[in-house]
Design a binder for this molecule. Structure first.
Ligand code: PHE
Length: 451
């Protein structure tokens, strides 16, 4: 099986594709909103500290597992230790849960991009536009279909020609666009107050919630604990430097999130004078508050259009990684060809995604523990399964397989400088922090604690 496996053409290809997976809606939409809500600078500081410690440990472990075994999550864990085969299955469930709803949001992005590019800015900025759109039965599904077809086409073409090429073009474009919009936003009058809020840490805003929110975001943003980095690692060449690749992906992911915040938080200040209400708008920040921000700008159609093109690129490369992981699981499991697997997985995504989309309209009576369908799927995957998978990965490698396996994989090219630190993180600090996240998330969802 391994001999037939596609691979990336080299280190750059791997780094770009993995960064393409990591950089997505999480960076452009979730990070800025969390940073705004949890006190700006202090959130960023905590996030950065966690990224270089906790994020590095987990990502390095996953990529090394993938490259060592040459398999995606299910096969990989089984090969390392039979008793931990179930972790692979658990990890695999995650992208199957995320894909449908991530694609639905991808559809919304397409819709907003079209609306802006066709000059309907004031419509998009009106109060009920977003709700009016997502509650319709047909239009969101059409946009979702469009997004799904785009993604499936790339995955079907394969790793080198499809995923790698797409990321090589889309990632640099994204950086150029984001820097451009950032410069524009920062030169608006009133933006400076926003920059201050965003950059200067105010320690009075620090609390346990800041750490937990930053940690949850880290997972989501770096596509950890769902087999994605294992799959990508399995496509990585043996003589590429693992440690520096992981560092580069991390830096890139964090940089894009940081720039997205630098673009969005000051814009919200320009628009609202920094009212706490506007800043804590959360999930709707991108689709409701931001269009209002754009409306007030000159060239609003162009700026807004460029912004949503950027978001679409980022969402697309992440969606590709999600679908690719699903496809590779199915290929390994049933020994099907890539085309057949892609078609079957896409049909699954289309069916579940349509139901999720309808969950905002005709099916909005479906509520599970007080959440709509999309929120529920997001909760199950991000807040429950991902921490569990990550804890089990740490325990599996830390205590059963032993970290030596990871050292060897890293040391194929260069010495592993942070070996000691890595081991302590993997065996003790990461699992404990993860367990805390899990307990916190469940308590919050069940209404045991109020945040
Ligand atoms: N990491 C992606 C982001 O920041 C989200 C994602 C989650 C992508 C899960 C793939 C899988 O948006």
């Amino acid at each position: 099986m391994n001999s037939k496996r596609d691979s990336f053409s080299g280190k750059i290809g791997f780094v770009f594709a993995a960064a393409g997976s990591a950089v997505g809606l999480g960076n452009l939409w979730r990070f800025p909103y969390l940073a705004a809500k949890y006190g700006g600078g202090i959130f960023i500081l905590v996030y950065l500290l966690l990224a270089v410690t906790f994020g590095f440990t987990l990502m390095l472990t996953e990529v090394a597992i993938g490259r060592k075994t040459g398999l995606s999550a299910v096969g990989a864990f089984r090969k390392l230790d039979r008793r931990f085969g179930f972790v692979g299955y658990l990890a695999c469930i995650v992208p199957f849960i995320i894909s449908p709803y991530y694609f639905v949001i991808g559809g919304w992005v397409i819709k907003y991009m079209i609306v802006f590019l066709t000059g309907n800015v004031s419509a998009a900025a009106s109060d009920d536009y977003f709700t009016g759109f997502i509650t319709q039965p047909v239009e969101p599904i059409v946009c979702f279909l469009f997004f799904a077809v785009l993604t499936a086409a790339v995955v079907m073409i394969g790793v080198q020609k499809g995923i790698e090429k797409a990321s090589l073009v889309l990632m640099p474009l994204l950086v150029v666009l984001i820097i451009g919009i950032c410069c524009f936003c920062l030169t608006r009058p009133g933006a400076l107050a926003g920059v201050k809020y965003y950059l200067l840490p105010d320690f009075s805003h620090f609390s346990a919630t800041t750490v937990l929110a930053a940690m949850g975001q880290l997972f989501y943003s770096m596509s950890l604990a769902m087999g994605i980095m294992i799959t990508y690692g399995s496509y990585m060449k043996k003589d590429d430097d693992l440690r520096s690749s992981v560092r580069q992906i991390e830096v890139f992911d964090t940089l894009i999130a940081f720039l997205a915040g630098l673009m969005i938080v000051p814009s919200v200040f320009v628009f609202s004078g920094g009212s706490q209400e506007a800043l804590s708008k959360g999930p709707s920040l991108m689709f409701i508050t931001l269009p209002k921000v754009f409306e007030g700008m000159k060239f609003s159609s162009l700026i807004g259009g460029a912004f949503f093109i950027l978001v679409l690129f980022a969402a697309l490369t992440s969606a590709i990684s999600l679908l690719e992981t699903n496809v590779s699981i199915v290929c390994d499991k049933f020994s099907w060809g890539r085309k057949k697997a892609t078609v079957i997985v896409s049909i699954y995504v289309l069916i579940v995604g349509s139901i999720v989309s309808l969950g905002f309209g005709p099916l909005d009576f479906i509520q599970i523990i007080g959440m709509g369908l999309l929120d529920f799927l997001d909760f199950i995957s991000n807040s429950i399964l991902m921490p569990i998978v990550a804890i089990l990965t740490c325990v599996c490698i830390g205590f059963f397989v032993k970290p030596q396996v990871i050292y060897e994989e890293v040391e194929r090219t260069r010495p592993f400088k942070e070996k000691k630190f890595y081991t302590v993180m993997l065996k003790w600090i990461a699992p404990v922090l993860l367990a805390l996240i899990l307990i916190f998330a469940v308590s919050e969802a069940m209404g045991w604690v109020r945040v």
